[in-house]
Ligand binder design. Structure first.
Ligand code: ATP
Ligand code: MG
Length: 241
């Protein structure tokens, strides 16, 4: 899998400028967010339920549009990405959504990854090998031919991570990837993100997992009421600076 180059320079990968999101019925989910994340960073997004964390991620994936403000990925305003260019954008941002992952249930782990690669415009002859490599990375090299319905919850989470990795993204965003897992498995998954990050991939993880955040000492953003109240490098859960 080609790996993004690691350089000493701080290159912004994701920038929010005065971003607000007001939903129908008037919920102010995000209020004037300003944020810059550099290539190669590992960032935790914390905050109470309803504080706007998932909204932030869904704006990055363009599942949602901001009410106002500007979001740039590698210097490009993502609002300006045309329909035909979306597959290329999707290749660069791997996503692990909140809750149980949606899969093609009657397909194998490998076939689920191949499906995503087809949708993002990969050459047919490379698909099998790429799926195998991504599943091996998450420790499922021997289960590539299992139907996803026959996998455990933790294994499905790994397939989701492999699916997010399979396009060799520059950035991975994950919404509470460890919330349904036991401690050991949660640790395995976070360590996996750490390994991926060491390869130069930028990681943005939403989590309520206080213990994990305190152990890993990454950049910690704390959301409250649609605003960023804390942004601390090497921080702990709940740090407000
Ligand atoms: N599609 C929607 N329509 C209306 N309101 C919404 C929509 N999506 C989110 N909201 C509201 O926006 C606010 C922020 O929601 P969001 O999902 O971003 O919270 P969160 O921080 O991810 O919470 P949690 O920790 O529970 O996942 C909430 O008040 C929520 O009800
Ligand atoms: Mg959420």
């Amino acid at each position: 899998m080609p790996i993004p180059e690691k350089t000493g320079k701080k290159v912004p990968i994701l920038t929010f400028t005065d971003v607000s999101k007001i939903f129908d019925y008037g919920t102010h989910s995000l209020r004037g967010i300003n944020l810059s994340i550099s290539q190669g960073e590992f960032v935790f997004v914390c905050g109470r339920t309803g504080s706007g964390k998932s909204t932030l991620l869904r704006l990055v994936t363009r599942e949602l549009e901001p009410t106002s403000g500007r979001i740039e990925f590698l210097g490009q305003d993502i609002a300006g990405i045309r329909y035909g260019e979306m597959p290329f954008y999707r290749r660069q941002v791997g996503v692990i959504r909140q809750g149980f992952g949606l899969f093609l249930e009657d397909k194998t782990a490998a076939e689920n990854l191949e499906f995503v690669m087809r949708a993002t415009g990969h050459e047919e002859e490379t698909l099998q090998e790429r799926a195998q490599r991504a599943l091996s990375m998450v420790g499922l090299g021997k289960k590539t031919g299992f139907l996803v319905t026959d996998l455990s919850v933790g294994e499905r989470k790994r397939v989701e991570i492999a699916r997010a990795l399979v396009n060799s993204p520059k950035m991975i965003i994950a919404d509470e990837p460890t919330s349904s897992l036991d401690r050991d498995l949660a640790w395995d998954i976070m360590s996996l993100f750490d390994d991926i990050n060491r390869l130069g991939v930028t990681i943005l993880v939403v989590t309520h997992d206080r213990e994990m955040v305190n152990l890993m000492r990454k950049r910690v953003l704390t959301f409250a009421n649609g605003k960023i109240l804390g942004d601390v490098k090497g921080g702990r859960y709940g740090d407000l600076v």
